[in-house]
Design a protein around this ligand. Sequence first.
Ligand SMILES: Nc1ncnc2c1ncn2[C@@H]1O[C@H](COP(=O)(O)OP(=O)(O)OP(=O)(O)O)[C@@H](O)[C@H]1O
Ligand SMILES: [Mg+2]
Length: 456
Amino acid sequence: MDRNGDNDSLNDNILNGISGDSVLENMGEAILIIDPKFRIVYFNKRAENITGFNRGEALGKHCYEILRLYNCNNGCPVQNMINTGESFVDYCSELISKDELPIPVAIRFSILKNPGRSLSGGIIAIRDMPTKYRFSDSLKSAYSFQGIISKNKRILEIFEILPDISRTDASLLIQGESGTGKELFANAVHNLSLRQKNPLIKVNCAALPETLLESEFFGYVKGAFTDAKKDKLGRFQLADGGTIFLDEIGDISPSLQVKLLRAVQDKQFVPLGGTKTVKVDVRVISATNRNLEHLVKEGQFRQDLYYRLNVIKLELPNLRERPEDIPLLVDHFITRFNQRDQRNIERISPDTMEILLQYEYPGNVRELENILEHAFILCKGNIILKEHLPSYTIGIAGELEKIETRSDLMNQVETNTILSTLKKHNWNKIKTSEELGIHRSTLWRKLKRMGTCNLA
Ligand SMILES: Nc1ncnc2c1ncn2[C@@H]1O[C@H](COP(=O)(O)OP(=O)(O)OP(=O)(O)O)[C@@H](O)[C@H]1O
Ligand SMILES: [Mg+2]
């Protein structure tokens, strides 16, 4: 069997015994039978439903032309089976239907051999899977924009308008919980803009105390304060011609809000200790995981500054609201970590995916990324399993399991320590309890629990 040749006639043996009203025809699974040249010789009704192609279109075509699985171009499973001599494989993927939609599917391949034991073809059985099992593969590029991965409707809408948003110079405010990708979106807007060749300067407004932050924003002139030995440019000036990204904007103090208002509104400011106004041409993008509107209502954030920053607003949904992204992101991070660490992890098992789909993700995409990072360390094979996940993702049962193992481990360490100290002191319990810093009666109790009373 070889994908490249296509002159052989269809192998009639394969179809022996399969008639129009056969069991195969009415099965709930899509069934495709292929000849040794990967051409479809049988295609049941369910296959028509799932793929959208009718029998007339499919028969005689190569299976990879009709199924268009990610793996068709990237380690064809049938070819792998032939190469490895396996007769059966079972896995999950996505096929692309006739109208170009990704359909998550579970697939079984088996090899057909004729009585002489040579290959006569293969059977491909396909079940479409519930949407919660959307294992991603092939459509990564369709759901990826500037390195941001999503198939969520709201985010796809943002992808649509992002080029337009990027072309304007209007201030942009990005709101979203921690780890939802605010910085990724800020990068994307800059990269898509005409300012892209000029700098994108970031300032984390929560990371610096107020006085330092002011000089970070606007710079200072020599002699402005004791340590100001020479002029220093502020981030607004460094961003001239480009974009300034004010991260964690909800955290700046009221007095700095006033100064920032002028810079954002008039694109001009006076460096610390200076007398001359500096004019800059910057686009302002700000981000926060706090609700600025609430802060305005509570009087903690200036309304005028809020309006200036919020000419355009992007609100990023958290990961709990878009579980459909979880398999895509899992796939994305697996690919990234494989490249980074020279690993060869293929996928995660279905029950592991089930856990990831149910987890709440207070830390959103960053947390999912960390969970997979953890799994990569523990996974020694090429499929990530439940036990490779941090136990907190598994819920209370997982926590208890963890505590149990930890306390087992602690007991073991304690037992070893007690025994070696006893040995060192020739089984003298007074010296042992002194060295261990515990009372003799405590040592006695512990020895009893350890089942070593005879030593005590
Ligand atoms: N849609 C996405 N596709 C791919 N990677 C993502 C996506 N969203 C977030 N990430 C990744 O998750 C991590 C956190 O993203 P980012 O730093 O942009 O979030 P944030 O909203 O700025 O978080 P914080 O509020 O904590 O600063 C990064 O490693 C980023 O690459
Ligand atoms: Mg951030």
